[in-house]
Design a protein around this ligand. Sequence first.
Ligand code: PLP
Length: 411
Amino acid sequence: MSLENLARRYGTPLYVYSGGHMLSRLGMFEIAFAAVPHLVCYAVKANSTLGILQLFARRGAGFDVVSGGELERVLAVDRRAVGRTVFSGIGKTAAEMDLALRAGILQFNVESEGELELLAERAAKLRKRARIALRVNPDVFAETHPYISTGMREHKFGIDIRRARAVYRRAGKHLDPSGVSVHIGSQIRSAEPFGAAAERVANLVVELRRDGHAIRYVDAGGGLGIEYDADKPFDAQEQVRRYASALVPVVRKLGGVTLLLEPGRFLVAQAGALLTRVLYVKKNGTKNFVIVDAAMNDLIRPALYQAHHQIVPVGPGRGKRTIVADVVGPVCETGDFFARDRKLPVVAPGELLAILDTGAYGMVLASNYNSRPRAAEVLVDGRGAHVIRRRETIADLLAAERRKMPRRAPR
Ligand SMILES: *Cc1c(COP(=O)(O)O)cnc(C)c1O
């Protein structure tokens, strides 16, 4: 598939995804975890576009949602997939709980005692019984960016694992304590912290069973990382294999549980590229700037997490000459950059660049800052290229706003 042709047909900035790549990543999970009963619940927040959810739903995947809006997306794609959906998040509202109770989701991952009480109340009111897992905080340190580390006592997520038994005991008759869940963070590259967290969860499951709870699910969360640096070796299959070998023995030893997995980034990040055209090349003092038509409103990861993304010219390039430049967008913020002091092939206005590995936490974090309409998204599969989200228009942006305020009454 020619990216230059896609960019000409649909304009830039443009997100392009490979469906085959996403499904091959899902397949790696299926193979690696074949030894235990398991369900992959794709973390919708990584990329929630309906076309992508549909791709995973058709392969039998479940979903991990963190809001009523994400649950509505799953409902819009496949009503039956709701039975394979878990609901995480520390701030569920009564309305979101009602939506999930009525839809009949697989499990609520409960993150506080207050939430447990409210959920029991809502379930009683709707005459439902909600399957719950407490999201425990295992106090495990995982090496990652501080904004996406979540598994330590001082983080806002989950319930201290040492208090979990007491909280499970308080689940009334409208709650069915069916699982234990954990999620220690994102972009975690080593299998070791996952294993350590799973061990702590398994010990808790043994205690809970002794207390009389029929625990059938262990939700190991998501967080498996990828390699964004093209100069470093990365074997995705091997990464999943190591991850599975940290979790599978723990689950096997427990017995009688289905392992729930919530990968987001790992399934979609490397299937996506953000295409952008060079607008200008300029020099300020000694610094070179390549100004492109995508900006931080399209992809905020470099500004938010100091994330590294490889940037490559799509065309044949103009020989071996290179420059060192900042690749920046048109937004009026110094933080609006995709790369700093990056060695790049020499590029000229009009050339197309691809910002790689942007399938996860790219479009979902896009905004309309500077009144920039959000990019279009194209999904490529065996049958061709499909627009799964059209480019936003200025009219879309203005539609929710009031145009005319009443004038002040004349004196
Ligand atoms: C964000 C999140 C995930 C997915 O994390 P990835 O790093 O994208 O795999 C899974 N579960 C929960 C509860 C999350 O908050």
